[in-house]
Design a protein around this ligand. Structure first.
Ligand SMILES: [Fe+2]
Length: 601
């Protein structure tokens, strides 16, 4: 039985295929069209998933869409009567969903009449819940989904048992922890879609001196966990304005905070203004208040379900700082966070929901790694290198056996080089987990600044993350529960902070990835080799990109390597080293580069 899940007509468009209860492939549209958080219809992701699974669209039995325009229809009608713009948006969404057959057929260049699949609409948060529980290692668990808004709800919780999810409650529009965090991020001058995660990094630099005020923005609620002080917001009057331009597919969110927030906290920060102490303190306070509400929800859920384990999804589940404190602030002893916790993960969740809950099939699959994306053969990689300028520019290109490859790469990292590491299947979700990663020595405090100057160009307050051998986690961190998807931040042991200063955040935490020998043997072997050289079983791991979605193809990896000041590129078993002459040629102004090519290349 073949099920295609698609997150369509929404940000983080994606596709996934589940065959007989096992995930075969999953991919986000942004990796193909190179638009971060791309919204719209995931045509390229659908084409890729079908090809990867060896299926045609006609072979698909069920299509699962994580949105149900009929969910909470009474509430929607109530708001539609008050907000004409909202009515227009709802009608547009319903029209899009009616056209799903046509869009699928167009993506695959087929006649819509040839598609035999039955289309299922799965409510947004139910799909989030399914994306976490049905692929988790737990047979029973409490499940929580928290995000901005989807199908007019912002939060939903359930008990998961075997192949069933029993929804126990929800928080509906206009109350939303995700929208609260986004509104305050906008107030702090971070307006781009997805910028909330920057503010989470900034929070560690401040004191939570605005907590009292922000407790009026997010209020405790004994039944639902929280409610918003609506006078601080405008989305309940204007509608949540998440739009995207068909031409660019970039999602854009309208202003969420009201003038009253500025009355209480002072004027909002412009994006180009410097970040001051007040902004840092507000960031710290909004994180503290989010955590209060998050743990209240989780404790409420723990008491109501009496479960020991918890599964998390939804955009707020990317808050690794809060996730890392779950063991200290709740009774839960086990946690699983879907690697694509945001809306990209809905395609996987909707597909598994149809398989288990709708069709009643048993569970046979655990998502214990995130390597579900596209991959390219060594032949394709070698060809891309041949067609590139790497040799002309004086780069040294070597094919190496596995053992020599990891040893050589570990030595380069220990020598302070910046290494692009491109291997196997691309990661599912926003984190690079050792297959499309840029790796550096975590012992060198200066690497954070060097990475930013030479490649990443990120705000200096944003931390970089460590990858650690799973078995060594407890030696470096105060918690050793596995964190394979880099969505938990743990406290680095005080005596180890000076050992790995580069990926240790200012508050002494690290958003770690625990690397298992079973799920990524090559990356594990590389870190093991680094440990043999240095005594440290940790690498600093950041995504292989430069202000763009993570590189997908070998060509994109090579382009990123050549246009930035990366030192070494490892693609499969091929190691490419930039020599001094290549660096001079690549970093010279265009006139000098032309001269260089004419004379020497
Ligand atoms: Fe969502």
């Amino acid at each position: 039985m073949n099920i295609l899940g698609i997150n369509a007509y929404h940000a983080n468009a994606s596709a996934a295929i589940v065959c007989d209860g096992k995930l075969i492939t999953a991919a986000e549209e942004e990796r193909f069209n190179r638009v971060k958080y791309a919204a719209g219809f995931p045509a390229a992701a659908v084409r890729h998933c079908l090809a990867d699974a060896g299926l045609k669209l006609q072979d698909i039995d069920h299509v699962a869409i994580p949105r149900n325009p009929w969910a909470r229809i009474a509430t929607k009608l109530y708001y539609a009567a008050r907000m004409p713009r909202f009515t227009f948006d709802r009608l547009r969404v319903m029209k899009q969903f009616k056209g799903v057959h046509a869009d699928l057929a167009a993506a695959c260049d087929l006649d819509p009449g040839t598609i035999r699949a039955r289309v299922h609409r799965v409510e947004h948060h139910v799909a989030h819940l399914a994306s976490a529980f049905f692929v988790s290692p737990f047979d029973r668990a409490a499940v929580l989904s928290t995000d901005g808004l989807g199908d007019f709800a912002s939060t939903m919780w359930a008990t998961g048992e075997g192949n069933r999810l029993n929804v126990r409650g929800s928080v509906v529009f206009p109350h939303s922890l995700g929208l609260y965090y986004t509104a305050l991020s906008q107030y702090l001058g971070f307006w781009k879609f997805g910028d909330e995660y920057k503010v989470m990094g900034l929070a560690a630099y401040g004191e939570p001196s605005y907590v009292q005020e922000l407790r009026r923005v997010v209020r405790p609620n004994n039944i639902k966990g929280f409610s918003l002080g609506l006078q601080y917001f405008r989305h309940h009057q204007t509608g949540p304005e998440m739009t995207w331009h068909e031409s660019t597919q970039t999602p854009v969110l309208g202003r969420l905070f009201s003038p009253y927030l500025e009355e209480r906290l002072g004027k909002s920060r412009r994006a180009d203004e410097p970040i001051g102490r007040k902004h840092r303190n507000i960031a710290a306070s909004m994180q503290a208040v989010l955590e209060e509400a998050y743990f209240r929800l989780l404790n409420h859920l723990s008491g109501g379900t009496r479960q020991q384990k918890v599964c998390l999804a939804g955009g707020v589940a990317f808050n690794c700082v809060a996730n890392g404190k779950v063991f200290d602030h709740t009774p839960f002893s086990g946690i699983y966070v879907q690697p694509a916790a945001g809306d990209a993960g809905l395609s996987v969740g909707a597909a598994f929901y149809v398989y288990h809950q709708v069709l009643g099939q048993p569970r046979t699959f655990i998502m214990d790694h995130a390597y579900w994306g596209p991959q390219f053969s060594q032949g394709a990689t070698d060809k891309a290198l041949e067609n590139s300028q790497v040799r002309d520019l004086g780069c040294l290109v070597k094919g190496l056996p596995d053992e020599e490859l990891t040893r050589c790469t570990a030595q380069h990292i220990a020598d302070g080089k910046i290494v692009g590491w491109y291997q196997g299947r691309q990661e599912w979700g926003p984190r690079a987990l050792g297959n499309r990663s840029i790796l550096v020595d975590p012992r060198r405090a200066e690497m954070k600044e060097i990475l930013n100057r030479r490649i990443k160009h990120r705000e200096p307050f944003r931390p970089f993350a460590p990858s650690i051998l799973e078995e060594a986690t407890g030696q470096f961190f105060e918690c050793s529960h596995p964190s394979p998807f880099m969505n938990l931040a743990y406290v680095v042991r005080p005596e180890k902070r000076s050992v790995i200063p580069a990926p240790t955040h200012v508050d002494g935490t690290g958003r770690l990835q625990t690397v298992s020998r079973q799920t990524n043997p090559r990356y594990w072997a590389l870190i093991k080799k680094f440990e043999k050289l240095t005594g440290v079983p940790v690498l600093l791991n950041t995504s292989f990109n430069e202000n763009e979605p993570i590189v997908l193809t070998p060509r994109e990896a090579i382009d990123c390597f050549l246009r930035t000041r990366m030192d070494v590129l490892v693609m499969g078993n091929c190691l490419v080293e930039k020599k001094l002459v290549a660096n001079i040629a690549l970093q010279s102004p265009i006139v000098l580069r032309t001269f260089w090519y004419r004379c020497f290349a």
